[in-house]
Structure formats: structure tokens, C-alpha cells
Ligand binder design. Structure first.
Ligand SMILES: Cc1cc2nc3c(=O)[nH]c(=O)nc-3n(C[C@H](O)[C@H](O)[C@H](O)COP(=O)(O)OP(=O)(O)OC[C@H]3O[C@@H](n4cnc5c(N)ncnc54)[C@H](O)[C@@H]3O)c2cc1C
Length: 528
């Protein structure tokens, strides 16, 4: 890696304004942030608690004053007191079981805050990323992202005719050899202005449409092609010209083109080949949408403070910046801006008012009560000794969420899903089996607490999706679409942030924060 920056276009944008560093932009940003943290650790300004999981938020007189954490190696519960609490605990895409997120991503920290009174905003806004490696079987527990950057050069298509689809699925035709006139470059056809670079939500739904029509290209019917053959030829010709090679033959052009494509996307192509066993330089990649990012999250104000005084949330765990539809490359930008530029000032402002508040002791009764509750919940999970694993419940929850609250939603499905999730939750608390003990290294117990939280979160996501009777961004309600199948917003009734308050055993309460547009006009997107 040479560390050089360049610009390119990205989904939903027609100019090259997105900075990147080969296929490692995100990773490099993370390394940068981690280095900054490590510097503070080395300077003694930050104490690092690796392998600790926050399991509850402690409130004293209505303000966030600490957390209960579990040491994941010993299983011991610990109390940590502070003048305020900052959560940067990521998104909740794993509520769908299968996602591109790391296996450890979960909603528990944010959810414990919700259980203590924090509002969850726009929880139904989920980003489903169009370029992921398709699901290959039921045993799978993780999906792999192929970067959006690939849509700069890759052309998305499926065959026009079902006969060709069948032949490709059974392997009797090599897709690379299917004549041009028998291919449907459906994004270029439907969105001539943006083509393959429409935003993620639009590209994902379009892939679903062609697969629902029976034109998916893998045996499960849930895959479309992302093809680099044209890009290889285009780059090859240009490179031959640059090198002064006159009248180059096809082999030379292809070789030069592949070299350029390798420079741009080599690491992604290598990853694809390792996972699928297919060479994307020679045969088109297969991709399908997968859950990737959650735009919803803890409600925060302009200072990134939740409705619980002293509780701040930044990065993917808040709802703040992306509305219903996040554009590529902006997640880390938000997280880093929150962390580098916002929080240092807003936390300072909060603390300035607390200058006379003495440090809190972890002997305070609020800590004792929260620790007791956490301990009781862990014990309850261990005591069930049922017959189904946490994984089985998580997988079932994921299926309900994907089928009814995934790429497209409708009132009937969502209503059904709400009932099913409540039933699943009841079953979980009667029949889950969590082996091992509390005070030891016990990943099954960790997973059980997370899945229990996902089951409650799932319900609030469904409430939100049911309530929002319009389509916008990642939230597509089938009842609300234009005759051409595009999202149909209802700005009259729904120009607000939906902030949900959880009430145990009852329906959640909706609080509305109106959206006011002063500097920019509220407009409907068009990529035609
Ligand atoms: C495969 C993939 C590729 C991506 N590529 C890009 C990209 O190129 N550009 C871009 O802008 N965005 C990208 N994103 C999105 C971006 O990476 C995330 O949105 C971003 O990392 C979120 O940062 P965060 O710090 O808010 O949360 P995270 O990075 O998820 O970090 C949360 C941390 O909190 C910890 N945690 C969670 N719960 C608890 C708890 N209860 N107690 C203690 N610790 C806890 C987690 O272990 C984790 O370390 C990508 C995402 C994925 C999945």
C-alpha cells in the first residue's frame, strides 16, 4: 500500500469527489483513528478496557453517570463511574443475522440505554448494500461486501431471457460469452443518467426486482452479474495508446486492461476469487444485496447528546447524519467527524456545568441496583436450560426481519412480523440453552444477551416501518411507489424523525421531531 489518495465517483454522485486509497480507504481511516487512540493510551490519558462489554447504563438523578461492564475473560461484572458516558458502539445490522458487519457487532449498549429511557430514532432505516457476495447456503453466518467502488467500472446485468438464465444457472452457457443483445443492463436501462452508479438503495431494489422476475443468475436465483469485461477493454486500449503500441491485438489489450483493473481493485478481486473460486477477470462477478449499515440509532441532538442528560452517542450508533439513505464513504466520515470535531467540544460544554459535581463512587446504590439487575438477567439466561441454541433463535429472527422488514416492506408482512417476533421472544425466554457459567469466558452467554436485545429492537424497527406510511431511502413500502416502481415519499405527513420510547410489555411510544429545511429545499431524488 502506497498511501496515495485519489478521487473517484461513488453511488448517487456524478462527479469524482470521493477520496479513496486503493481498496483500503475505510481500513486506513480506522488505522488513523486507532493510532490517535493509542497515542492517548500511551500518554496515560485513556485507560483501555479490552474484552469488556457494557451491559447497563447507570443513571443517578436522571443523568448518565456510569456503566456496568462484564469482563469477557473472567465473566466478572465491573462498575465504572464517570461524569458522563459516551457510546460509540456501532450499528445493529446483525439483527438480520446475515450482514456484512463483523460478527461481534450488536445493539446491546445502545439498547441498554433505550431501556433506561433513551429514544431510538428512525430504527427502520436500514441500508442494504447492492454489491455483496451472494448467500451460498444455510450454514452461512456472515456475508462479504464487495466495495461500492466496483460499480465505477463494473456493469450490472442479467440475461433478458429466462432460457439464458437457466442455461447460466446449470452451467451450460459461460456468461462471459452471452451476446450483448441478450443481456439486460437494467441499471443503465432504467437510470440512464446515473447508470451503474445509482445509490445503494436504488441499485439493491433493482436487483431484487430482476431476481423476483426469475432472472437471478445463480442456482438460488438471488444473484446478478457485475461485469468488468468492458472496463478491461477500455483501459487496455487507453494503456496501449499511452505506451505507443499501435494496432494492439485483443490479447495485448486484455492483458494491459487487466493490469489497470488489478491496480484499482486487485485486493477485492483476490478476495472474491478466494471466497467463490471464480476469477472475476475472466468471468463476471456475482453479487446480491445484503444488510450493511443502519441509519437509525440513538436519538441525539446537535451536540450528539441523547435525551438522557450526560449520555452521548456518536458514529453508527446514533441516527444523526444520514436520514433514510446513507451515501457511500460517509459512515467513517461521520464517525470521525463526531469523534474528532464534535464530541471534544460538546462533552466539554456538558462538563463545564458539572465542575462542582464531585466524582461518583461506584458504591452508590444506583450502581448496586444496576449490577444486581444485570447479574439476574445473566443468571436467568443460564437457568432456562432449554433445547434451542442462541444461534437458532438469531437465525430465525434474522429471517423474519429480512422477509418482512428488509429490502421492501408492506403492512401485512410487518403486522405478521410483529406477532412472530413477540412469539419468538417468548419462546427464547423459555427454550434457549446457554451452556457454561457466568463467571468465566462464555461467548454463548455474550451472544444470548445480544440476541435477547436484538429481539426487542426488531419489534421497534417493525413499529417504525409500519408507522412510516411512505417510501424513502432504505425504507421501501410496497404500497407507496410510483407507477415506475420508485420510492414515493409523503412529505406532508412524514417529514419528521421518529424517536421511539420503549415501554416494557407495551407498545413503544412515538415522539416526532419535525424536520425543518432552511438552507436546502426538500426535493425528490431522480436518477433517470
Ligand atoms: C465491510 C464493511 C466495509 C465498510 N467500508 C466502509 C468504507 O469504506 N467507508 C465508510 O465510510 N464506511 C464503511 N463502512 C461502514 C463503517 O465501517 C461503519 O459505519 C463504522 O465503522 C462505524 O463506526 P463506529 O465507530 O460507529 O462503530 P464500530 O466500528 O462498529 O465500532 C463499535 C465498537 O464498539 C464495540 N462495542 C459494541 N458494543 C459494545 C458493548 N456493549 N460494550 C463494549 N464495546 C462495545 C465494538 O466491539 C466495536 O469495537 C463499512 C462497513 C462494513 C461492515
Amino acid at each position: 500500500y502506497g498511501g496515495l489518495l485519489e478521487n473517484r465517483s461513488f453511488g448517487g454522485v456524478q462527479v469524482s469527489r470521493t477520496f479513496y486509497a486503493r481498496g483500503q480507504t475505510g481500513q486506513q481511516l480506522l488505522i488513523g483513528a486507532y493510532q490517535a487512540l493509542s497515542r492517548q493510551i500511551a500518554a496515560g490519558a485513556v485507560t483501555m478496557y479490552n474484552r469488556h462489554e457494557m451491559l447497563d447504563l447507570v443513571l443517578i438523578d436522571g443523568k448518565a453517570r456510569g456503566i456496568i461492564a462484564r469482563n469477557l475473560l473472567t465473566g466478572k461484572l465491573e462498575r465504572h463511574a464517570a461524569h458522563c458516558v459516551v457510546l460509540a458502539t456501532g450499528g445493529y445490522g446483525n439483527v438480520y443475522y446475515l450482514s456484512t458487519n463483523a460478527m461481534g457487532c450488536n445493539v446491546s449498549a445502545a439498547w441498554r440505554a433505550v431501556k433506561r429511557g433513551a429514544y431510538m430514532a428512525n430504527p427502520c432505516y436500514t441500508q442494504i448494500h447492492p454489491t455483496c457476495i451472494p448467500v451460498s447456503g444455510e450454514y452461512q453466518s456472515k456475508l462479504t461486501l464487495m466495495s461500492e467502488s466496483l460499480r465505477n467500472d463494473g456493469r450490472v446485468w442479467v440475461p433478458k431471457e429466462k432460457a439464458d438464465v437457466e442455461a447460466i444457472r446449470t452451467g451450460s452457457i459461460n456468461p462471459a460469452e452471452l451476446p450483448e443483445e441478450r443481456r439486460d443492463y437494467y441499471l443503465e436501462r432504467r437510470y440512464p443518467a446515473f447508470g451503474n452508479l445509482v445509490p445503494r438503495d436504488v441499485a439493491s431494489r433493482a436487483a431484487k426486482v430482476v431476481c423476483d422476475e426469475g432472472r437471478g443468475v445463480n442456482p438460488s436465483g438471488l444473484a446478478v452479474f457485475l461485469d468488468f469485461a468492458d472496463a478491461i477493454q477500455r483501459y487496455g486500449k487507453s494503456e496501449a495508446h499511452t505506451q505507443g503500441i499501435h494496432s494492439p491485438d485483443v490479447a495485448t489489450i486484455t492483458k494491459l486492461g487487466e493490469q489497470i483493473v488489478e491496480e484499482k481493485y486487485g485486493n477485492l478481486f483476490e478476495m472474491y476469487e478466494k471466497i467463490t473460486g471464480q476469477d472475476p477477470y475472466k468471468t463476471p462477478m456475482m453479487i446480491y444485496p445484503a444488510v450493511h449499515y443502519t441509519m437509525g440509532g440513538l436519538w441525539v441532538d446537535y451536540n450528539l447528546e441523547t435525551n438522557i442528560p450526560g449520555l452521548f452517542a456518536l458514529g453508527e450508533c446514533n441516527f444523526s447524519d444520514h436520514g433514510a439513505n446513507r451515501l457511500g464513504a460517509s459512515a467513517l466520515m461521520q464517525g470521525l467527524a463526531d469523534g474528532y470535531f464534535v464530541i471534544p467540544y460538546t462533552v466539554g460544554t456538558f462538563l463545564a456545568k458539572e465542575i462542582r459535581t464531585p466524582a461518583f463512587s461506584t458504591d452508590h446504590e444506583a450502581f448496586a441496583a444496576a449490577e444486581k439487575e444485570t447479574d439476574a438477567k445473566l443468571q436467568k439466561l443460564l437457568d432456562i436450560k432449554g433445547s434451542q441454541t442462541v444461534e437458532q433463535f438469531h437465525r430465525r429472527l434474522g429471517l423474519i426481519m429480512w422477509d418482512y422488514c428488509g429490502m421492501s416492506r408492506n403492512a401485512d408482512g410487518l403486522t405478521k412480523a410483529k406477532v412472530q417476533i413477540r412469539q419468538l421472544r417468548e419462546e427464547f425466554w423459555k427454550d434457549v440453552i446457554v451452556p457454561g457459567a457466568k463467571e468465566e469466558f462464555n461467548p454463548e452467554l455474550e451472544k444470548a444477551t445480544r440476541v435477547a436485545d436484538f429481539m426487542e429492537l426488531g419489534e421497534i424497527m417493525i413499529d417504525d416501518a409500519l408507522n412510516r406510511r411512505e417510501s424513502c431511502g432504505g425504507h421501501f413500502r410496497e404500497e407507496y411507489q410510483t407507477p415506475e416502481g420508485e420510492a414515493l415519499r409523503n412529505d406532508e405527513e412524514f417529514t419528521y424523525v421518529a424517536a421511539w420510547e420503549w415501554v416494557d410489555g407495551q407498545d413503544s411510544i412515538l415522539h416526532k421531531e419535525p424536520l425543518k429545511f432552511e438552507k436546502v429545499e426538500l426535493k425528490t431524488r431522480s436518477y433517470k
